[in-house]
Design a binder for this molecule. Structure first.
Ligand SMILES: Cc1cc2nc3c(=O)[nH]c(=O)nc-3n(C[C@H](O)[C@H](O)[C@H](O)COP(=O)(O)O)c2cc1C
Ligand SMILES: CC(C)CC(=O)C(=O)O
Length: 364
């Protein structure tokens, strides 16, 4: 009899045995020595929960809103590129799972399924945006997302160049030939071939993505988009203030899952700094290393409105497609529900800074 999966790590263990090396290494790796990748998870272990008791937790609700849209839980799906390497149904399976669990999915610009084809059903969908050197190609992405019912643009600001991911260089990463960067098929930018002594992806980014990326691009995206614009990849109070000044609608505190600049801090370690700088003026979200309900609880206590999962979605997709992602979301949602119950919180707004303590760290 096969053993039941009991944690998000079990989905990863399955993928480690099941995925081919090119895809597995691409999905799991971080930049350089992967210090930030490890820290993202470890840092959660340094935050401790201060539970309140005797508070009647017979009914607990996880529901909340992001940018005014209702979602059933503060656990959402981060953009990850090329999901059809994990499962033939790829992004479509993820979108259906997100809709079944009434949560938000962020679609990567570099999906292996077209924006329009993922826009099924009524689930909350945002598009993650990379700014191409070809400004018209970028504009078309925004317009296609709007026309297809996506309700926000998450502009990734930490990738003017691709981080140095050693396994992808060793493997000379390539997108399998039966797959494409589906949003760019009509523009001749859809293939990621193997490069000489390099990751095909790093070569693709260097040739297509605009490394001049700066705050004026944020204004440009805002001028094109008729829907809210967020910036994804903020890690400091200084940039958080600039983001508020730039008029963005939200910030995703992210280090790209440890895949860009190695040795930047874990996201949970900078969340409070960012939230203080923002001072409630816009919503702040977090991704990176979230693997347990207690991690979600800690992020909410330190100021996040919601969290986003990256790799766990890929592992769950690989495990069992749409149903796998639903199973994974159910697991971490139930962990959050239990953590809230045992900490005496019956709604997400009950979770406050006083519910966590970080020993040996002076409070900001
Ligand atoms: C395989 C993979 C592909 C990713 N692709 C994108 C992408 O296309 N755009 C983007 O903004 N972030 C991308 N990310 C970063 C995620 O959105 C997110 O920041 C990160 O995965 C969160 O960390 P976690 O994997 O520990 O949950 C990717 C991450 C992974 C692991
Ligand atoms: C830059 C793209 C290759 C996708 C991405 O963000 C990633 O692989 O981390």
């Amino acid at each position: 009899m096969t053993k039941p999966l009991v944690s998000l790590d079990d989905f990863e263990q399955h993928a480690l045995r099941n995925l081919d090396r090119n895809a597995l290494d691409y999905y799991r790796s971080g930049a350089q020595d992967m210090i930030t990748l490890r820290e993202n998870q470890r840092a959660f272990d340094r935050v401790f929960i201060r539970p309140r008791v005797l508070r009647d937790v017979s009914t607990v609700s996880l529901s909340t809103t992001i940018l005014g849209q209702h979602i059933a839980s503060p656990i959402c799906i981060a953009p990850t590129a090329m999901q059809r390497m994990a499962h033939p149904d790829g992004e479509l399976a993820t979108a259906r799972a997100a809709e079944r669990r009434s949560t938000c999915m962020v679609l990567s610009s570099w999906s292996t399924t077209r924006i329009e084809d993922v826009a099924v059903g009524s689930g909350v969908k945002w598009l993650q945006l990379y700014v191409y050197k070809d400004r018209e190609a970028t504009r078309r992405l925004i317009e296609r997302a709007q026309d297809s019912g996506y309700t926000a643009i998450a502009l990734t600001v930490d990738t003017p160049f691709l981080g140095r991911r050693l396994p992808d260089i060793r493997n000379r990463f390539r997108l399998p030939p039966h797959l494409t960067m589906a949003n760019f098929v009509d523009q001749g930018k859809a293939q990621v071939g193997a490069a000489d002594n390099a990751s095909g992806l790093a070569a693709y980014v260097a040739s297509q993505i605009d490394p001049t990326l700066n705050w004026s691009h944020v204004q440009w995206v805002k001028s094109v988009a008729r829907i809210p614009v967020l910036v994804k990849g903020i890690l400091t109070a200084e940039d958080a203030r600039l983001a508020v000044d730039a008029g963005v609608d939200g910030i995703i505190v992210s280090n790209h899952g440890g895949r860009q600049l190695d040795t930047v801090p874990a996201t949970i370690d900078v969340l409070e700094e960012v939230c203080r700088a923002v001072d409630g003026r816009i919503e702040v979200y977090l991704d990176g290393g979230v693997r347990r309900g207690t991690d979600v609880f800690k992020a909410l206590a330190l100021g996040a409105r919601a969290v986003f999962l990256g790799r766990p979605v890929l592992w769950a997709l690989n495990y069992n497609g749409e149903d796998g992602v639903v199973e994974m979301l159910d697991m971490i949602n139930e962990e959050l529900r239990l953590a809230m119950s045992l900490a005496g919180c019956i709604s997400v707004t009950d979770i406050t800074r006083s519910h966590v303590t970080i020993p040996n760290q002076p409070r900001l």
